[in-house]
Design a protein around this ligand. Structure first.
Ligand code: BGC
Length: 740
């Protein structure tokens, strides 16, 4: 029996109006707030991690301090309380044993899957397939909600140009336009059409804002950028997520212009709440409010609560300062209770929208949990997403795809038969035991006559002469070697910055030793960030960027290696040759002394400026040819649009998919303009010999930018429009924007 005390509480609050059913959510929320003490209000703004809460029966002797807090109405939401059993116990405390019976929200970092683990988000972005990305988030939401969750701290929409920063694995790469489209797909996937349904969860745009700019790529470091860079590069994906109806935002750990993001009135009050009119929930990052004492912008914990609340942050994750200090701050007249009410209102409104007031237990259904977690169709979707994420970087003499009847095949490398690392960082409730390794995937794929043998060759970071010798011997006896090298799951993600983004020396030595045997080698890079593999690019005939692909990693890679799936991924983050080129990104601004063959131009004396692999780049087992660009007109005014089209032909021998990319260059601007900017893309599928016309429309809105005075508008003048298969391979045609 479900006792909905809160419904009773609301009815009492509305007693004078006869508990009318037509009350709006806002009215219900206001009525509830009117009944709350300041302490209860502060409790709603408090979020705890419940790693160990509520295991076992509800038994007073076992009730931990945290459970006591729930019962005392001092918690509004929790994170990391997982599974219907634990969630139900916690929810019962909140609903049945607190004065007002307000349900908790259950939150978790569902970043690329809950139990069925999808590719890391950076890998998914390389698919450029918005439908598949939406489906991935949808399935993550279906599984997470079946396990009692209502809220995920995803998508991370931080743009970054720095692969030293381990968190690039969580994002969608370096481009604000593509990042915005992908953010929207993920929001649609998580939140669905109706947040009150038990299979949808609220999404979070994080980390607001500019966290991708941490200095030197070091996690938790400061950020020091201009407002122009903030608006041009970092805010667009957040705005896109907002436009897609995202319910919550999360602060960042960094400061902006000297003020920590969690109390930054320019970011929160002016931009998010003001210019963008966001009235949803803003949650702090983990202890990012309390940490303002460590940053030295305030002396005491009470002051951090005051600063964060006043700026517009609603929920304090893990600092414990809202719940501790807000009541006394109100008493002392330092904080206006009306401000607390505003934040509480946003939190309660979210609870209503999630349907938690109608039925606080609606997400808790053990049968559904059992049926949906790791459902076969979820695994199938994960496999499909995984193969769509793979990027073919090099394929000399068409070594790939491999023949399924090959006689002797060797898989060599520390990641060739590893389950754990395939799930990457932020692996949710993903279990290593669920994962199909590369070795298993290949074994399931090849003919019965093929002998597949595996040798580790080296540790991930440690040399082992014996293992190396075994691997070399195996390579010598094999027709082809698949080299499975890269990074382990915890070398990217949170708190995983590197100063060197090359392969670890032990693995580099392994690659070189295998190459020296003369046996043809295919490298499958398993990575959470772009890796600078300059030597391999020069020496290894075929290279797949295979990321960390999740539960179905091995099957997906085998699909690609043996040609059952033709790779279609394209990089969304530039791959440098050397760590020292970072930050490196395709849409950089024009410079006063661009590189030419004279000395005093912008260049390194010890390396090419060029990336190893550029943004938008990725090969296929077939070839695509592009016709000349056709423009409907080469001049438009501010109210007109033009159509640009190309015909793309699959001129090779097998079915394939191509990501057709549209870039624009503004030839003269009042503020320095990028060399090119992505403005559109379309992923098309073509049979051998088939052609398709791809059309793009461009108008003044697409040409708008932050002008010298920071107003966002297009400036009439000359432009170039480029269409092609990557950011370095395209045809360029001129057009004009005129005033009238
Ligand atoms: C991370 C967030 C994450 C939060 C909760 C923080 O350390 O920066 O991205 O959502 O922890 O796990």
């Amino acid at each position: 029996m479900k006792i909905n005390l809160i419904a009773i509480a609301i009815c009492i609050a509305f007693a004078t109006s006869g508990c009318a059913k037509t009350e709006s959510t806002d009215e219900k929320v206001d009525a509830l707030i009117a009944k709350m003490t300041v302490q209860e209000k502060a409790g709603q703004l408090n979020q705890y991690s419940g790693f160990e809460i509520l295991t076992g029966d509800i038994d007073d002797s076992k009730i931990s301090d945290r459970n006591q807090r729930i019962k005392n109405g001092l918690l509004g939401s929790v994170l990391n309380v997982l599974g219907t059993e634990d969630v139900e116990q916690a929810q019962r405390y909140a609903v049945e044993q607190t004065r007002l019976g307000i349900p908790l929200i259950f939150a978790f970092d569902v970043i690329h899957g809950y139990r069925t683990i999808f590719p890391i988000p950076l890998a998914e972005s390389a698919s450029w397939d918005l439908e598949a990305i939406e489906r991935s988030a949808r399935i993550a939401a279906i599984e997470a909600s079946a396990a009692g969750q209502n809220w995920t701290f995803a998508p991370m929409v931080d743009i970054s140009h720095d692969p030293r920063w381990g968190r690039v694995m969580e994002g969608a790469g370096e481009d604000p336009y593509l990042g915005g489209k992908i953010a929207q797909a993920r929001v649609r996937g998580f939140q669905g059409n109706d947040l009150s349904q038990p299979d949808t969860i609220a999404a979070t745009a994080k980390h607001f804002a500019a966290y991708g700019e941490v200095i030197a790529g070091r996690e938790y470091n400061n950020v020091d950028i201009s407002r122009r860079k903030l608006w041009e590069t970092h805010l667009p994906p957040f705005k896109a997520a907002l436009d897609a109806g995202i319910k919550t935002f999360m602060n960042a750990f960094n400061e902006f212009e000297g003020v920590p993001a969690s109390a930054n009135t320019y970011l929160i009050d002016d931009i998010l709440r003001g210019q963008w009119a966001f009235d949803g929930v803003l949650v702090s990052d983990w202890d990012s409010i309390g940490a303002m004492v460590t940053s030295g912008v305030i002396e005491d914990d009470a002051g951090t609560a005051e600063m964060a609340l006043e700026a517009g942050t609603d929920i304090d994750m893990e600092s414990d300062v809202f719940v501790k200090y807000l009541p006394e701050l109100v008493e002392q007249g330092r904080v206006d209770e009306a401000l607390i009410d505003k934040a509480v209102k946003r939190v309660l409104r979210l609870k209503f929208e999630l349907g938690l007031f109608d039925d606080p237990y609606q997400y808790i259904d053990a049968e559904r949990e059992k049926a949906l977690i790791l459902a076969p169709e979820h695994r199938e979707a994960a496999r499909d997403m995984a193969r769509k994420s793979v990027v073919l970087l090099k394929n000399e003499n068409q070594l790939l795809p491999l023949d399924k009847n090959i006689k002797n095949l060797a898989i060599i490398g520390p990641l060739g038969d590893n389950q754990f690392h395939m799930n990457g960082f932020w692996r949710g409730k993903g279990q290593a035991a669920d994962v199909v390794t590369l070795l298993e995937g290949v074994k399931a794929k090849i003919s019965n006559n093929t002998v597949v043998r595996y040798a580790e060759g080296s540790g991930l970071e440690t040399m082992d002469q014996e293992k190396l010798a075994d691997a070399v011997a195996l390579a010598k006896q094999s027709d082809v070697v698949i080299l499975a090298v890269g990074e382990d799951a915890d070398k990217t993600g949170e708190a995983a910055s590197r100063t060197n983004i090359e392969l670890y020396p032990a693995q580099k030595a392994l690659v070189k030793a295998i190459h020296a045997t003369g046996t043809p080698a295919v490298m499958v890079l398993m990575n959470g960030r772009p890796l600078a593999i300059e030597w391999s690019e020069a020496n290894i005939p075929s290279i797949l960027n295979g990321w960390l692909l999740g539960t179905e990693a091995g099957n997906a890679l085998a699909d690609v290696l043996f040609g059952d799936y033709n790779p279609s991924g394209k990089l969304t983050m530039t791959v440098p040759r050397k760590t020292g080129q970072i930050p490196i990104f395709y849409n950089h601004k024009r410079i006063s002394r661009p590189l030419d063959d004279t000395r005093y131009t912008s260049q390194y004396v010890d390396s090419s400026n060029d990336p190893l692999y550029p943004f938008g780049y990725g090969l296929s087992y077939t070839n695509f040819s592009y016709s000349a660009i056709k423009l409907s007109t080469d001049s438009i005014n501010l109210n007109e649009s033009l159509e640009a089209s190309v015909t793309v032909t699959n001129s090779g021998k097998r079915f394939g998919e191509e990501v057709v990319q549209l870039y624009v260059k503004d030839m003269v601007g009042s503020a320095v303009r990028p060399v090119m900017e992505l403005k559109g893309f379309e992923k098309i599928a073509l049979k051998a010999g088939e052609s398709q016309e791809v059309k793009f429309t461009i108008d003044a809105d697409d040409l708008a930018f932050y002008t010298r005075d920071m107003s966002f508008k297009a400036e009439p003048g000359d432009f170039a429009l480029m269409i092609g298969p990557s950011s370095i391979s395209y045809e360029s045609v001129p057009f004009k924007l005129t005033v009238n």
